[in-house]
Design a protein. Structure first.
Length: 256
């Protein structure tokens, strides 16, 4: 049930409002034919970069999908290209080998595909995403959640392929395919978040961090209370001096 919540995150208004203009731009690019190819490449790059941002925030425990910004689509973000290169190399090699060995290699790479996306999302390193030891650690850390990711990857890919054969408008197919893609990336990030202890991942937002903040606040209040008890036992003539020192210390901390 927890993973389902992550998969449905793109259904929130912020993500839906992003899908609408991207669908319009992709439709215009498709109608333009070859001259629209550069526009299609740009829009798809925005979509995949946003997908990785969604993966990041999901893994950090952030519930609300972000609004697409200029920082998200900057050229420095190369994880989508890395993922494309990894997929092209893996499946391309399987196609080149062909036959039973090729099918076996393609199936093995398909099993590793969610792990490569997870490693790229967390580390941003294509080398780590191709490291068998790193991939094995991630798969082991995700446990049963990895089976869910694998099933979702296959199901979503089949759904996107099946959309092409449905008698519906092209804009509907484009919008649905984008939603499925964002849902899959959000699910990968959500799996990382839900299995954070096994993976050694420390997200920005989690019950553990909330408990730590509450404990620090409790200790701070206790220290303040103890200092007040000490001051209450001091001779009345010395209290103004102590209070003045405390005020001075607090002002110093506030300024620095």
């Amino acid at each position: 049930m927890a993973l389902l919540r992550h998969a449905l995150r793109p259904a929130q208004p912020t993500a839906r409002l992003l899908i609408a203009p991207l669908t319009l731009l992709l439709s215009i690019a498709s109608l333009a034919g070859l001259p629209g190819l550069p526009l299609k490449v740009i829009v798809l790059s925005w979509l995949f970069k946003y997908a990785y941002v969604l993966l990041d925030l999901s893994s950090e425990g952030v519930v609300e999908p972000p609004v697409l910004s200029a920082e998200m689509v900057n050229p420095v973000e190369q994880r989508p290209l890395m993922q494309l290169a990894i997929c092209g190399a893996g499946f391309g090699l399987a196609w080149w080998i062909g036959g039973v060995p090729g099918y076996a290699l393609g199936a093995a790479f398909l099993v590793l595909l969610p792990a490569t996306a997870a490693v790229l999302g967390v580390t941003g390193s294509a080398i780590e995403a191709l490291n068998p030891l790193t991939l094995a650690r991630v798969m082991r850390g995700l446990g049963s959640a990895y089976l869910v990711l694998l099933a979702a990857t296959i199901a979503f890919a089949a759904a996107i392929y099946g959309l092409e054969h449905l008698p519906v408008w092209g804009v509907v197919k484009t919008a649905a395919a984008q939603w499925l893609l964002l849902s899959l990336f959000s699910l990968v990030g959500g799996a990382i978040y839900e299995r954070r202890e096994a993976l050694g991942h420390e997200p920005q937002v989690s019950p553990e961090r909330a408990a730590e903040r509450e404990e620090r606040e409790r200790v701070r209040r206790s220290e303040v209370h103890d200092s007040d008890d000490v001051i209450s036992g001091v001779d009345c003539r010395t209290r103004p001096v102590i209070a003045s020192c405390r005020t001075t210390d607090q002002d110093f901390v506030t300024r620095h």
